[in-house]
Design a protein around this ligand. Structure first.
Ligand code: ADP
Ligand code: ZN
Length: 434
């Protein structure tokens, strides 16, 4: 049994979706060209006029936008409407540098919240649910997006924001929360905290979790599902497009459906900018089809994904994106080898460790140093040095076979790595500081 929030559009035929996209893009390019000087200049430089865009097939003629453009145009340079028409501002988390700001009209907020409502309903969500929103509220889009989506579905909404774990647990238990929304790293921490307080996974009423805003592995998903006794769903989004809900998982959980009636997606070769066929690994590029205030065209996300157009058993027709394999700027090059934090997380969880770890990279005497600090759970903790050293050697060889290079493993005492309430900081690259 499938659940849809907006069944006509979520299950529309490919032709219907294309017709909607073609109609919207023509209007949108005109709107941007007329109202955003910054982008008009880029189009003029490329020799593209709004009349050249007759449908989504012509999108590839348009210039790209990058986060650098957003920083350059900060704060109002990409605003496409009178500021009087805007009702909200949000800002990126600033994971990779200076924050950028995005503006919303009321229609933009409604569209975004509907996307989040689709994600909630896809988990089986309805008016019967109590949705605990433990994403941060404020400039960050996580809290506001899922909060609005929960209202649109008619769920009872618990606007917890992130942090204050004791209160999260108290309200989760006392008010019978059924759906938990937060970052996966915070979900893992809540699972751990519940166990510490003597709760078993079946003691809570949660049935589903909607987790996103940062990369997380399949192994992490299994660990969270076990510790909270729920089904964990992925949700993807970015402030530049609106926030969470650009794409979301259905019960099939084989990729996230992109809300294609609002966002046109391409994958490109991050080096050459060439558009790749569906199914190839590439950088995801989005075009906002109907946003009014902050309508970015061909925005390069730096997220590396694979698109899948195969039919999904849930009945939704919108294309699916894989879990982002990482951000292109997440990738570390250590001693010449490409390393993604997600590879390290996979090994740790496969080897039975907790997802509490930190990676420190530095350069000493012109050589990269690569240290991974991994927290031991109390049942694995031992004061026998030989035992710990053996574990470190075992983990080191597992890492070596996954990554192709040797990290130095440091097993550290339970609770010694700081927990994250929002997006976890996994990598400290000191080479950038020198
Ligand atoms: P920032 O870029 O400063 O972190 P945002 O808060 O807007 O700003 O975060 C958007 C980014 O978060 C995305 O581009 C992506 O890299 C990451 N992200 C969001 N959802 C997911 C997800 N489900 N899986 C992996 N990464 C995600
Ligand atoms: Zn599906």
């Amino acid at each position: 049994m499938s659940n849809y929030f907006q069944p006509e559009i979520e299950t529309a035929s490919r032709e219907e979706v294309l017709a909607i996209q073609n109609e919207k893009i023509v209007k949108q390019v005109k709107h941007v060209y007329e109202n955003v000087k910054y982008y008009r200049d880029l189009m003029d430089k490329k020799g593209v006029k709004p009349e050249d865009i007759k449908g989504v097939d012509d999108i590839k003629k348009l210039p790209f936008l990058t986060k650098d453009d957003l920083r350059e145009a900060y704060p109002y340079g990409l605003l496409a409407t009178d500021i009087k028409n805007c009702v909200r501002i949000h800002s990126t988390s600033g994971t990779t540098g200076k924050r950028v700001v995005a503006f919303y009209t009321q229609n933009d907020v409604d569209m975004w919240e509907e996307c989040c409502a689709r994600a909630i309903v896809a988990t089986g969500g309805s008016k019967d649910d109590v949705v605990q929103v433990a994403y941060g509220y404020g400039l960050f889009t996580g809290g506001a997006g899922l909060h609005g989506g929960s209202h649109k579905v008619g769920c009872l909404t618990l606007p917890m924001s992130s942090g204050n774990t004791d209160r999260q647990i108290q309200f989760m238990m006392d008010l019978n929360a059924t759906v938990l929304c937060c970052t996966p790293s915070y979900a893992a921490y809540l699972g751990e905290s519940l166990a510490e307080r003597g709760y078993k996974p079946e003691d809570n009423k949660l049935r589903a979790g909607i987790f996103g805003a940062e990369p997380w592995t399949q192994e992490m998903r299994e660990q969270i599902e076990k510790s909270l006794g729920i089904k964990a769903y992925d949700i993807y989004g970015l402030t530049e497009m609106s926030g969470p809900g650009v794409a979301f998982e259905c019960e099939e959980q084989k990729g996230m459906h992109i809300n294609e009636d609002h966002f046109y997606v391409e994958t490109i070769d991050p080096k050459t900018g060439e558009v790749l066929p569906d199914g190839s690994e590439g950088e995801i590029v989005f075009t906002c089809l109907d946003k009014e205030a902050f309508p970015l065209l061909r925005y390069r996300t730096k997220d590396i994904c694979i698109l899948n157009r195969e039919k999904c058993s849930c009945g939704r027709t919108h294309v699916r994106m894989s879990k982002p394999l990482g951000r292109s700027d997440d990738m570390m090059i250590i001693r010449g080898v490409n390393v993604f934090p997600s590879q390290i997380e996979t090994v740790l969880l496969q080897e039975g460790y907790t997802p509490n770890y930190q990676i420190v990279v530095d350069r000493v005497n012109n050589t990269d140093t690569f240290d991974i600090y991994v927290e031991l759970s109390s049942d694995k903790f031992s004061d026998k040095v030989a035992e710990i050293q053996q574990r470190e050697r075992d983990l080191n060889s597992a890492m070596k076979s996954m990554l192709g290079i040797n990290p130095k493993i440091h097993l550290v005492a339970p609770k010694s790595i700081e927990r994250s309430e929002g997006k976890a900081v996994r990598v400290i690259d000191k080479r950038k500081l020198h």
